[in-house]
Design a binder for this molecule. Structure first.
Ligand code: HEM
Length: 231
């Protein structure tokens, strides 16, 4: 029987494990993954840049529909925008395998920024959620999304502390899928309004649809990789 090949895990540690052929590394999958990563990154950076723009301009340009959020202090929404925006800018680079392998220190540094930003941004999102002007269904949708985002991020953090890199990677994919809800929300909302729906009509649905399908796609993705530590 041939010896099990040696490979490096995401921490850069060389291990001897059986390599699971997921098929994800073969062309045309590789090309599809690059296109997927590129599109995801452009969209994330665009929405992250939008959040940074709001911070840099003193929150003057926060849309009226959202600036009416009834949380007792504007600090809740502002903290959310600043921290969540940072997490959206940091996130995409964590999925770059060459960065993880060749520059593990960069992966750890950017990862720490993502985790702190997600924990602060998610906590603020949870606090302001029920104060949305969009009603209870929207509020509960955002609150559930915030709790799911925090849970996935904390479980991923605990996993990496225990050096369970596979679990860490999987929970981070789930965490990122929820963070990416900031992008899908900003695709669905204008899309629905362009189709003739009113903001108030669609907002409660979008508050759920922006993150639940993302999480389901992440789950399919994680399952498809059949136990390999790299995607
Ligand atoms: C991680 C990336 C995220 C970014 C960059 C982001 C950014 C923003 C921004 C800029 C606003 C102000 C509204 C606007 O200008 O469009 C906002 C509002 C809000 N976000 Fe996020 N967000 C992110 C993720 C999330 C997540 C995962 C949740 C929870 C599911 C969430 C919940 C909320 C809530 C509750 C509001 C206030 C909505 C209202 O009052 O109607 N955000 N976010």
């Amino acid at each position: 029987m041939p010896a099990a090949p040696r490979r490096r895990n995401i921490a850069g540690v060389t291990t001897t494990t059986a390599v699971v052929d997921t098929g994800l590394d073969r062309p045309p999958h590789r090309l599809a993954r690059r296109i997927g990563w590129g599109s995801m990154t452009v969209l994330s950076l665009a929405v992250g840049a939008y959040a940074i723009f709001l911070v840099a301009t003193g929150f003057r340009f926060v849309p009226a529909s959202v600036s009416g959020n009834g949380f007792p202090t504007a600090l809740g929404l502002r903290t959310h925008i600043a921290a969540a925006g940072l997490s959206l800018v940091a996130g995409p680079f964590q999925f770059l395998r060459p960065l993880r392998r060749r520059f593990p220190v960069a992966h750890h540094g950017i990862g720490a920024v993502y985790i702190v930003a997600a924990l602060v941004g998610g906590t603020a999102a949870g606090l302001i959620a029920l104060f949305t002007t969009g009603g209870t269904v929207a509020g509960v949708g955002f609150l559930a999304g915030a709790v799911a985002w925090l849970t996935c991020t904390i479980v991923a953090l605990v996993a990496v502390k225990r050096r369970d890199f596979l679990a860490h990677q999987r929970w981070m994919i789930r965490s990122w899928a929820i963070a990416f809800g900031a992008v899908t929300l900003r695709l669905y909302l204008p899309g629905a309004m362009a189709a003739g729906f009113e903001f108030a009509q669609v907002y409660p649905y979008v508050a759920w649809l922006c993150w639940v399908p993302n999480l389901l796609v992440a789950q399919l993705f994680v399952r498809r990789a059949r136990g390999a530590a790299d995607f």
